[in-house]
Ligand binder design. Structure first.
Ligand code: ADP
Ligand code: AMP
Length: 221
């Protein structure tokens, strides 16, 4: 399956992506995680990306698309992938369509996670991620690690993302509404959008997502 996850920052995309990718046996490709890995390795791309990320802006399309393309061309993504945080504007969605077209493949679904803004703000305020692998995500009250400050998965140190500060979050939400939300209509025109509520226990949302994807697949048959 080839799936795109969309939703505002803090919707639970990363949390659900890890679970869905495992169940569906496809790699989880998060452009945010790829940028953070570049930042921790102090690459040129990381240095460039950090200046945009810290301001709550999108990293320029050219470098983002090249990085996503490179990752999607890895052997493990040959039979499917779950994109988390890409595309994030209509030009990226068009670039993705072009890329898929040249490969003769298509997206199966765009899973849209809906959450009210006040909940998103609470989720982001308490989010803690792992220094070793930013796809290991916790929340100080909703999903606390067994030992404070330590990642349950790999023992790495947990920290608060620089771009999870109140001011940057406000900017990121604005960027989401103005630049990212339009991709939902773009994909609706292709009949690909499946919307679910991302409110409730994490397990329940995973179940909801798998059911919605399955229903979508069945109606296409
Ligand atoms: P996104 O990738 O969309 O930015 P995350 O998956 O990082 O969102 O989730 C944001 C925060 O909300 C994290 O701290 C995560 O632990 C928490 N979270 C995720 N899903 C839920 C949920 N269903 N209920 C409560 N908190 C959640
Ligand atoms: P995320 O981890 O998905 O919340 O992304 C964190 C930040 O990385 C975003 O606020 C952007 O600055 C940057 N980023 C991630 N994905 C993209 C993308 N597809 N296009 C541009 N910037 C991105």
């Amino acid at each position: 399956m080839r799936i795109v996850l969309v939703g505002p920052p803090g919707a639970g995309k990363g949390t659900q992506a890890v679970r869905l990718a495992e169940t569906l046996h496809i790699p989880h490709i998060s452009t945010g995680d790829l940028f953070r890995a570049n930042i921790s390795q102090q690459t040129e791309l990381g240095k460039l990306a950090k200046s945009y990320m810290d301001a709550g802006n999108l990293v320029p399309d050219e470098v983002t698309i090249a990085m996503a393309k490179d990752r999607m061309e890895q052997p493990d993504a040959e039979n499917g992938f779950l994109l988390d945080g890409f595309p994030r504007n209509v030009s990226q969605a068009e670039a993705l369509d072009e890329l898929l077209e040249t490969e003769g493949i298509k997206l199966d679904a765009v899973l849209d996670l809906e959450v009210p803004e006040d909940e998103v703000v609470k989720r982001i305020a308490g989010r803690r991620i792992c220094r070793k692998d930013s796809s290991h995500v916790f929340h100080v009250t909703y999903s606390p690690p067994k030992k404070e400050g330590v990642c349950d998965v790999c023992g790495g140190e947990l920290y608060q993302r620089d771009d999870d500060s109140e001011d940057t979050v406000r900017k990121r939400l604005e960027v989401y509404h103005t630049q990212t939300e339009p991709i939902i209509d773009y994909y609706k025109a292709q009949g690909l959008v499946v919307t679910i509520s991302s409110l409730g226990p994490v397990d329940e949302i995973t179940r909801r997502a798998l059911e919605a994807l399955k229903r979508d697949e069945d109606t296409e048959k």
